[in-house]
Design a protein around this ligand. Structure first.
Ligand code: PHE
Ligand code: ZN
Length: 858
């Protein structure tokens, strides 16, 4: 095989507007057994200097004509990425005909086959650059066009869908049929979608605030159609929510969602025709855990919200990806927070931010929320763009307050509807409500997580809070500047627990002092200051709390997130050896659990959180020893379990299995019950084993069943093989549940690397289905003790190598989990480096090569 050439970098500063606009697109896709023929007609007009260049990849060009004249090969240049028409006129009707092979397209980009036999379907994935794998086109987000799509296929595929409204359907001979769709809204090519399949449909209606009656349709294979009700309700809730909170109503007569089993990401917001990974749309109590079901609702909302933030207002170029993703994630997080406890929502969002984004920002793949260069844009669908992007919007929303933020977003929608814009445009619209918004631009440009430090001094009724910030200097970027950091702060009385003051502080310089006057303390009391409440900025906090004050905050902080955070800080202090009082942590857990058991069991369950091994690894920039970290973490959990042994059984019994309900309370009870089950087994509670089997056997839903199943595996209980077989048999036809079966086994620390390898050898381990691939590799990445060994890396990297050829996007994503290899202790580090260097000799894709290049530059 040829050695790949150094991939080419693309820079934000090189942006130029497109030479031609495409007013109208007529696309005709005819599917045959071995191939598809795609004909397109583009109405193009010049709008800037430059040649008429159409992008295309893996297309067999049959013919190209301009204004009705077929071009000879002297009239165009064709290479592996583009088709350039020489001396094209300023007004050109460009027609092309190409052959593509969706049946053998394993990349899951462009038009590809998903599933086999009677579940076989053909779906598209165009974001960011998949449209060029379907037809020649100026495939960039700032070219907005009106699309008409004709689909033709054998009648065995009864479902033929494309964006917009159905305008015609009919037969072609005896065996084939077609549909024609027209999408009246102008859109970029990345929002194009088509589906050729044989699906069932669940229908409903929604009448918008503007009086439009919208047909809602969820498409899935027949055995899954009854698992679409949760998603349908979430869709209606989302439509209402966007009207109520942002004044945004839906704009077409039809909204379709299609579930497909082979998909690289969670879902895709194609205009009027979303395509979803089955894992993000299917849900039933028997097959989906509460966690997954809640995620289904969040992803439905996310894709729906894109209709305004992404589709109607889109990105000028892919450097602006956070413009749509950051804002949309913030919107879906707010939506989810309205359907559960806000504190728990925030805890979960921050946990994801910390474990995924902070790690990214601290490693070799660190990049700004708005990158300035890339080789492969697919590598930038990252936690930084999505999650940190959302945090920036959240800071702005908090700073402005509800009314002003709404004023700003109204301005954004009014000003830029129908356009492709930039982050600067977004801030400029919001600044109409408050000029301070403009100072947030450096958050988009500067990589690295700021460290916020500080402490408190007081004298009589005057309390001074000192704050300082520091961001590491990421190589190849400008020296860091001070960022505006909103720090939501409260002061409590140490004796009474009374809330004495609340204020949003805004740190805009390297350091500053903030004075609170007139603080009335009780006799002998001191001020307990709680900073960064509700995690008001995406920073690492190193605040000078005393252990005693943290204990106080766990009991009287009124803001749920910081209450949880105080407990987390204590746990971290124990894990890193600066706090030795495990009894005091256990004592707190007792009091708080007693208090929350009936009213907020979800928060109670979260208070038992112990940072994951991956998260703890973040604390080391060198000499990271995964074995020692895991040992310390295991020891802590065991000590806690034993210290609580007198309570866990009582609590567990207070949470008996009840008829299934999908309410925050019921979900909280189920989560807490599973947490307690695990603690009881750890403490060696003799009755616990029977309770586990009982919970599994009598489960009313997947959360209960999987909780018990996981406990059986993690604690290696006597009937383990029996239950592994039983679970498989019960759910053999449910791919997503079998994914959970793989994952629960792979995740257990008792499952060896050999065992994981054996799971990956199974017949039902399908390398073409990313969900299945992730069950084992995601688990291995979550077990640093196994991952960072010669054997673990060999297994992991052989998978990356294998996928590099078939699905480079997935290969690169998996690889990115290894970005902090250089923090390991010397021997392990050398081993990791040589493994990565060897991989570099064997891979071809831009995706994997770009990451490897960055990862090996330390
Ligand atoms: N735009 C999708 C989302 O965030 C994600 C996605 C990106 C899906 C690229 C597929 C390919 O909702
Ligand atoms: Zn998105």
């Amino acid at each position: 095989m040829s050695q790949a050439t150094t991939p080419q970098k693309i820079y934000l500063k090189d942006y130029t507007p497109p030479a031609y606009a495409v007013k109208k697109v007529d696309l005709d896709i005819c599917l045959y057994e071995q191939q598809a023929i795609v004909s397109s007609r583009l109405e193009m007009t010049r709008q800037a200097a430059g040649e008429l260049v159409l992008l295309g990849r893996d297309l067999q060009l049959q013919q190209v004509s301009v204004n009705g004249e077929v071009l000879s090969s002297a009239q165009f240049r064709l290479d592996s990425e583009s088709l350039t028409l020489i001396d094209a006129p300023d007004r050109a009707i460009v027609e092309t005909k190409v052959i593509i092979k969706p049946q053998t397209n394993t990349t899951l980009e462009g038009l590809y086959q998903s599933g086999l036999d009677d579940e076989m379907m053909f779906v598209t994935q165009c974001e960011p650059e998949g449209f060029r794998k379907i037809t020649f086109f100026p495939d960039r987000p700032d070219v907005l066009s009106e699309y008409t799509t004709r689909l033709e296929a054998p009648k065995t595929f009864k479902t033929l869908l494309a964006n917009g409204n159905l305008v015609e359907a009919g037969e072609v001979g005896d065996d084939r049929h077609y549909t024609i769709w027209h999408d009246p809204t102008k859109k970029p090519s990345y929002l194009f979608a088509a589906v050729i399949a044989n699906l069932q449909v669940l229908q409903d209606h929604y009448t918008t605030s503007e009086g439009r009656k919208v047909l809602l349709e969820l498409y899935a294979v027949s055995q899954d159609i009854d698992k679409c009700h949760v998603a349908m309700q979430a869709l209606k809730d989302s439509m209402k929510w966007d009207e109520d909170n942002y004044g945004r109503a839906y704009d077409l007569d039809r909204y379709m969602i299609v579930a497909t089993s082979q998909f690289n990401m969670g879902a895709m917001e194609n205009k009027g025709l979303n395509i979803f990974n089955t894992s993000c749309v299917l849900s039933s109590p028997e097959t989906a855990t509460d966690e997954r079901s809640f995620n289904v609702k969040a992803v439905i909302a996310h894709e729906y919200f894109h209709n305004w933030t992404g589709n109607r207002i889109t990105c000028r170029d892919w450097f602006q990806l956070c413009l749509k993703e950051g804002f949309t994630v913030f919107r879906d997080q707010s939506f989810s927070g309205d359907f559960r406890s806000k504190a728990v929502q925030r805890i979960e969002d921050v946990a994801i931010l910390r474990s995924a984004q902070f790690a990214e920002d601290a490693g070799t793949l660190a990049h700004p929320v708005r990158p300035e260069s890339f080789v492969e844009i697919n590598n930038f669908y990252t936690a930084t763009v999505y999650e940190k992007g959302a945090e920036i919007v959240r800071m702005l929303a908090n700073l402005l307050g509800k009314e002003k933020f709404r004023q700003g977003t109204d301005e954004y929608f009014a000003r830029y509807d129908g356009q492709a814009v930039t982050v600067e445009d977004f801030l400029s619209a919001l600044s109409v409500a408050d000029e301070r918004v403009l100072a947030f631009m450096p958050w988009y440009r500067q990589p690295g997580t700021p460290v916020l430090s500080g402490g408190v001094q007081y004298e009589q009724d005057k309390v001074v809070v000192r704050l300082a910030q520091k961001t590491r200097h990421v190589p190849n970027y400008d020296a860091p500047v001070a960022l505006p950091i909103p720090v939501d702060t409260a002061i409590f009385d140490s004796n009474t627990g009374q809330l004495l003051a609340e204020k949003m502080l805004l740190l805009t310089t390297d350091s500053a002092e903030f004075v609170f006057d007139g603080i009335q303390l009780s006799e002998g009391g001191h001020p307990v200051v709680s900073v960064l409440r509700n995690f008001s900025a995406p920073v690492r906090l190193e605040f000078d709390y005393s252990d005693e004050d943290l204990v106080r905050l766990v009991s009287f902080e009124t803001e749920g997130f910081n209450r949880w955070q105080a407990m987390q800080t204590l746990v971290n202090r124990w894990l890193f050896g600066s706090f030795d009082n495990v009894d005091s942590i256990a004592g707190l857990l007792k009091t708080v659990t007693d208090e929350l058991l009936d009213c907020d069991p979800m928060l109670a369950a979260r208070l038992f959180d112990v940072p994951s091994q991956k998260e703890l690894a973040m604390a080391y920039d060198s000499d990271y020893d995964p074995v020692a970290v895991k040992a310390r973490r295991d020891e802590f959990i065991k000590l806690i379990a034993c210290a609580l042994a007198d309570k866990t059984t009582t609590w567990y019994q207070a949470l008996p299995i009840q008829a299934y309900e999908d309410t925050p309370l019921a979900r909280g009870r189920r989560l807490l019950r599973n947490v307690l089950l695990d603690l009881r087994l750890l403490a060696g509670d003799a009755a616990a084993e029977q309770d586990v089997y009982y919970q599994y056997d009598n489960a009313t839903c997947m959360s209960e069943r999987l909780g018990a199943f996981t406990a059986i595996i993690n604690h290696d209980l006597g009937k383990k093989s029996l239950y592994i077989a039983n679970f498989y048999e019960k759910f053999a036809n449910e791919d997503l549940v079998i994914d959970a079966w793989f994952n629960a086994q792979a995740l257990s620390s008792r499952t060896s690397i050999d065992d994981i390898a054996a799971l990956m050898q199974r017949q039902d381990y399908d390398w073409n289905t990313p969900n299945r691939v992730r069950t084992t590799l995601g688990a291995l990445a979550a077990k640093p003790v196994q991952l960072w060994t010669q054997q673990g890396m060999a297994l992991y990297l052989s998978a990356v190598e294998r996928l590099d050829g078939s699905n480079p996007l997935l290969a690169a994503r998996l690889l990115s989990a290894l970005a902090r290899w250089y923090t390991l202790g010397d021997d392990t580090k050398a081993m990791a480096q040589s493994n990565l260097e060897q991989l570099k000799q064997k891979v071809q894709s831009k995706n994997v090569l770009e990451f490897l290049d960055n990862m090996l530059t330390v």
